[in-house]
Design a protein around this ligand. Structure first.
Ligand SMILES: [Mg+2]
Length: 290
């Protein structure tokens, strides 16, 4: 394994890019309203890069994260899209690479741990700084197992480069305790090397390096021909950097309600994602210029 381009982009890029939402963000328009713009973007390109988040996007959110699976419609749509010769399909997930890879077939590219590990053409690149900090993540997880043991249903997932504390099934009243204890442990084992970020019903423990899903998308896009249009579909705050990476020339689609986002477009659910992916595969690819 090598770092395969991941390193220099760290220094070049991210000091100025906000990692989550900014005040510039507005509520994305429903897909029906944005469809003409999507058609135009496809017509102006000859290839499509379709980047897809997994949980909450292809797979409905479930109580037990281990049981998450794509809807059958999304499974079929992703496989069909990935088989199109003018389309590059990539899965960009917060899950560990080995985990998300087992959950969905078809794409030639997978990014795990929010882009810290990237598999292309059968070879895996790992962010070198993240790799060095994996031992700290492991220690923090071991200690958290004890620290959170008394909290009902708190679950710690060691994803090697990052870790997730799942609070979805934890009684609401206990959330502050989980957060405080997690913070104490991360401070102890991480110092300045680790940080905590929030997601939907999760606390993510990660190396404090300016690298996220948006960087992974840029890295993938940079290898494709100039006239490629990039599309990203995701549902959570960690997807915002990826929306920023594709907009405004490409299309960012938020799966969710009417919350502000860097995405221009929104759909309501994984079922709508499947409909859109089916549209892309049947009609969208036809719009790509010869
Ligand atoms: Mg998600």
């Amino acid at each position: 394994m090598d770092d395969d381009g991941i390193t220099h982009r760290v220094e070049a890029d991210d000091r100025t890019r906000p990692r989550s939402m900014t005040t510039d963000d507005t509520v994305p328009d429903p897909l029906e309203e944005q469809l003409p713009a999507v058609r135009t973007a496809l017509s102006n390109a000859s290839r499509l890069l379709a980047c897809l988040d997994f949980d909450g996007t292809l797979a409905p959110i479930v109580e037990e994260p281990d049981e998450a699976a794509p809807t059958p419609a999304n499974e079929a749509a992703v496989e069909a899209l990935a088989a199109e010769s003018a389309v590059t399909t990539a899965i960009i997930s917060g899950r560990a690479l080995t985990d998300v890879r087992e959950r969905i077939d078809g794409p030639s590219i997978y990014a795990g741990n929010h882009g810290l590990e990237l598999e292309r053409r059968g070879s895996v690149a790992v962010h070198p700084v993240a790799r060095k900090r994996a031992t700290r993540i492991e220690r923090a997880c071991e200690t958290l197992e004890t620290a959170l043991e008394p909290i009902p249903n708190a679950r710690i997932e060691d994803k090697r480069l990052t870790a997730t504390v799942h609070v979805r099934s934890v009684p609401e009243a206990a959330h502050p305790v989980v957060e405080r204890r997690t913070r104490e442990v991360v401070d102890r084992f991480g110092g300045d090397a680790l940080e905590i970020s929030g997601g939907k019903q999760i606390l993510e423990i990660e190396p404090s390096i300016p690298w996220g899903k948006g960087n992974a998308v840029e890295l993938i896009d940079a290898e494709l021909p100039e006239d490629t249009v990039a599309l990203y579909i995701g549902d959570d705050t960690t997807d915002e950097s990826a929306f920023r990476a594709v907009e405004p020339d490409g299309v960012g689609i938020l799966v969710g309600d009417d919350e502000p986002s860097a995405a221009s477009t929104r759909v309501a659910s994984p079922a709508d994602v499947a409909s859109f992916l089916e549209w892309l595969e049947t009609t969208g690819v036809e719009l790509l210029a010869e």
